[in-house]
Design a protein around this ligand. Structure first.
Ligand code: B12
Length: 208
């Protein structure tokens, strides 16, 4: 744990964040450990937003800093060609949060999966089209807004109505997502972070 990085993230001190991330990369810190510190900083930002110490402009700023830091990780996390199966990923419709989703995508790619990222505000039609075209064994749905849990539930119901549910495992993830939310939307599993997602997909796709 790098408390200087956590604090710099929480304080929106962009230069220090990028500097610390670069130093950690140079000293071969695992990308997931760096992400964990950045995320810790983000959760402090979330709490300050709740207490109205921070406003939307600070959230936007935090997202920009996080994205720049992730870009540094992305450059270092690329494994080259993908070896394993496809993984379709997206943020559910009406939700535009994508930082966590992008991290999951980067880490999955760096572990050899072929990641098809549908972006944010993804409609059910887009998920269904991607399942039909790309035939992934696993899809991941990201959701950061509790008000969008019903959208995820409806999306999974429509995947089932389209006769595709038995073809894919569905992973549900995002800050407020817990086991109860996973059961509510009918996902196969809830993964709290990128590493759990990698481990689960390896198991499902028979990779060891
Ligand atoms: C940055 C941010 C924003 C940015 C997002 C920019 C972007 N490009 O993503 C902006 C400014 C746009 C934004 C907007 C809003 N936001 Co906002 N935002 C945040 C904040 C501070 C950080 C989120 C984040 O990126 N965290 C860091 C990442 C790395 O963590 P993560 O997303 O949880 O991802 C990890 C895991 O969850 C998991 N994971 C994530 N996705 C997936 C997917 C899969 C498949 C898997 C397996 C795992 C997985 O792996 C990741 C890595 O470990 C959170 C506070 C918080 N503590 O989460 C609020 C928060 C999510 N926002 C909130 C709100 C209310 C909003 C707005 C409604 C504000 C407004 N009044 O307009 C809008 C909604 C816009 C919309 N329609 O989506 C609330 C939600 C409350 C709730 N009950 O739902 C929060 C919790 C803040 C708060 N405490 O009030 N936001």
């Amino acid at each position: 744990m790098n408390s200087k990085l956590i604090e710099a993230m929480a304080e929106l001190d962009e230069d220090t964040v990028l500097d610390e991330v670069q130093k950690m990369i140079s000293s071969n810190t695992a990308p997931l450990d760096i992400v964990a510190d950045l995320q810790e900083g983000m959760s402090i930002i979330g709490k300050r937003f709740e207490k109205e110490e921070y406003y939307l402009s600070e959230l936007i700023m935090s997202a920009e800093i996080f994205e720049q830091a992730s870009a540094l990780l992305g450059e270092n996390a690329d494994s080259g060609s993908s070896k394993f199966g496809s993984f379709v990923l997206g943020t559910i419709y009406d939700d535009i949060h994508d930082i966590g989703k992008n991290i999951v995508g980067t880490i999955m790619r760096s572990n050899g999966f072929d990641v098809i990222d549908l972006g944010v505000d993804v409609s059910t039609e887009k998920y269904i089209a991607a399942i039909k075209e790309r035939k992934p064994k696993v899809i991941g749905i990201s959701c950061l807004l509790t008000t969008c849990f019903d959208n995820v539930r409806q999306c999974i119901r429509e995947i089932e109505d389209a006769g595709l549910r038995q073809d894919v495992k569905i992973i549900f993830g995002g800050g407020p997502v817990d086991e109860a939310a996973g059961r509510y939307v009918n996902a196969d599993i809830v993964c709290k972070n990128a590493q759990q997602t990698v481990d689960y997909c390896k198991k499902i796709m028979g990779v060891n």
